[in-house]
Design a protein around this ligand. Structure first.
Ligand SMILES: Cc1cc2nc3c(=O)[nH]c(=O)nc-3n(C[C@H](O)[C@H](O)[C@H](O)COP(=O)(O)O)c2cc1C
Length: 186
């Protein structure tokens, strides 16, 4: 028997209102199956002043950072899709990460994570994926699978999901790893 009501936090590491990474993370969550409670934070709701050590000393930590940490801590699993800006994290994500990491270094709280990335181009946000893959475990991420989808608009549509069979196979294998880690039986 699988667990009942598995809490999944799924989000894109982007503040764009049309974020393809948010769409991709939410699509992945829809493929998990099982009895899931889906929480889909929007990074715009976690906008905070730009992190600085001086601000930290003077004002302490924004309540939004505490809330985000709590959200992750209360989840059973995380689906996070990384957007790439200039070869790295988006400013919105990096700022959130900087604040959270100062409150709780292991803010990903050892939850099983499916780490995704996508971009309009052929590199599939590969630079930020590499950075996240090596960095996130230091912040308590338990990465059970990674998958990068190149050329989002050519390879994805809302009805059929990932249209390239080979890419879809890689994606579904990532979904399977997360299902196994969460003990989701279909
Ligand atoms: C400031 C800026 C820098 C970007 N730099 C990169 C980049 O280095 N690599 C890349 O693949 N795409 C880059 N892009 C294109 C993004 O991949 C594209 O905007 C994508 O939609 C971002 O993901 P999102 O829709 O989830 O926000 C950049 C876009 C912006 C606005």
């Amino acid at each position: 028997m699988g667990k009942d009501k598995i809490k999944i936090v799924a989000f894109g590491a982007s503040s764009s209102s049309t974020s393809i990474n948010r769409r991709f993370a939410l699509y992945a969550a829809s493929r998990l199956g099982g009895n899931t409670d889906l929480i889909t934070p929007d990074l715009n709701d976690y906008e905070m002043p730009i992190f600085s050590v001086d601000r930290e000393k003077k004002d302490g930590y924004p309540s939004r950072a505490h809330e985000f940490i709590r959200l992750l801590a209360e989840s059973d699993g995380i689906i996070l899709s990384m957007a790439e800006h200039n070869g790295s994290y988006t400013t919105a994500f990096k700022n959130l990460m900087d604040w959270c990491s100062r409150i709780e270094s292991k803010f990903f709280a050892d939850k099983p994570m499916l780490l995704l990335s996508t971009s309009p181009g052929g590199r599939a946000a590969g630079f930020v994926m590499e950075a996240a893959k090596t960095r996130f475990p230091l912040h308590g991420a338990n990465i059970v699978a990674t998958f990068s989808l190149p050329q989002f608009s050519q390879n994805f549509d809302e009805q059929n999901g990932i249209t390239d069979p080979q890419l879809n196979e890689g994606f579904l294998s990532g979904i399977k790893n997360l299902q196994n880690a969460l003990d989701i039986t279909l």
